[in-house]
Design a protein around this ligand. Structure first.
Ligand code: DAH
Length: 358
């Protein structure tokens, strides 16, 4: 028995010494000490020995087990530190290398402005709503209390599509039809903004046939014109980044609001330029008002119980004002030089806390 144990000892210790990696060493451990390993298998034969020999052999096996376990442990520590050394050498980074170039793409100022609007109104608790670009006459005009003879409905202003099923589809002329779609499908309280594409038959330095608007709508049992004013004053000041920006509400008319107000911000036009926030002049930036009871009734909302307010503004217009872009048509020219000048870094996401512009 003693020679068999000696033989096993020499065998196992040389296997431990020969293992070239932690994984190979683990295989040696299992084949030596595992449940089906060499030592375990040999110990099973102890029962066949006479009692006096059995005792001595048992002790010898236990000693061998300890010795192999210690050899495994020592070899493991050696291999692991060698492997760590090798990894450290391989994964070394050269901190003296030049930085990787910044990505060359830019975010269009229109999309930057869109993100800023969403960030500001999002902080105020508004959620985004959407609707289709191709609308029907009823959502775009009728349900918004826009009468048949209103100029907005005329062929020369609106892109009509071919009549179909007795309806005349239109490319929506404003984002206001999403007010109707939301009130028809959601119960108050409602607090939405609607950024989106809009279309009119217009083309000059400040108008494009496809442009963008953002609509806002709040409906509940107690909201009032004070909330409209407070929200829009706060929005104008946050968007232009001027804490004391003068904001004025001027009496106006929209078929879907009563009363209606246009919102102007303070500016100066001295010397031919335009400076926002300073001076004694005014610049119109958006339309607003209390939702007309007829509009609520068209949407099945009880106008004796609920009331609300709405607003709408052109995204190109406020982007041009904020970023000093003189001609709207350049926004759609896809001129890379223009985009490099007016564009934003894509990961520079605006937020109320982090700031809204570089
Ligand atoms: N839809 C109007 C337009 O395109 C803008 C507007 C004005 C929207 C007043 C509103 C509002 O929601 O209350 O000219």
């Amino acid at each position: 028995m003693a020679t068999a144990i000696d033989q096993l000892r020499v065998d196992l210790l040389s296997q431990v010494a020969a293992a070239a990696s932690s994984a190979a060493l683990e295989e040696v451990r299992v084949s030596a000490l595992g449940r089906k390993g060499a030592i375990t298998e040999q110990m099973k034969t102890l029962g066949q020995l006479p009692p006096d020999e059995r005792r001595a052999a048992g002790q010898a096996f236990n000693a061998l087990k300890d010795e192999v376990a210690a050899a495994l442990e020592a070899r493991k520590a050696g291999l692991e530190s060698a492997e760590l050394e090798a990894r450290l050498a391989q994964e070394r980074i050269d901190v003296t290398l030049p930085a990787r170039p910044q990505p060359d793409g830019r975010l269009h100022p229109l999309m930057q402005t869109w993100d800023e609007l969403v960030a500001i109104f999002g902080e105020m608790g508004f959620v985004i709503a959407e609707g289709p670009d191709i609308e029907d006459d009823w959502h775009n005009f009728t349900a918004l209390n826009i009468p048949e003879e209103h100029p907005a409905r005329q062929e020369m202003d609106t892109f009509y599509l071919q009549e179909h099923d007795g309806h005349r589809p239109v490319l929506r002329t404003h984002t206001s039809p999403v007010q109707i779609r939301t009130m028809l499908t959601q119960k108050p309280p409602i607090r939405i903004i609607v950024p989106g594409r809009t279309f009119r038959s217009d083309h000059d330095a400040t108008h494009s046939p496809m442009f963008h608007q953002v609509e806002g709508l709040v409906i509940d049992e107690s909201t009032h014109m004070g909330h409209l004013k407070g929200t829009l004053i706060e929005f104008c000041r946050a968007f232009f980044g001027i804490d004391d920006l003068p904001v004025r509400f001027r009496n106006s008319h929209f078929p879907f609001t009563e009363p209606s107000a246009e919102v102007d911000i303070g500016c100066s036009r001295k010397g031919g330029g335009l400076t926002i926030g300073a001076g004694d002049d005014w610049l119109e930036i958006l339309g607003s008002g209390m939702v007309h009871p007829k509009v609520l009734e068209y949407c099945g909302i009880d106008s004796t119980k609920y009331q609300g307010w709405a607003f709408g503004m052109g995204i190109e217009r406020i982007a041009m004002l904020k970023y000093g872009i003189p001609d709207l048509r350049t926004m759609y020219d896809s001129d890379l030089r223009w985009l490099r000048h007016y564009g934003f870094m894509p990961l520079d996401v605006p937020s109320m806390l982090g700031g809204l512009a570089r």
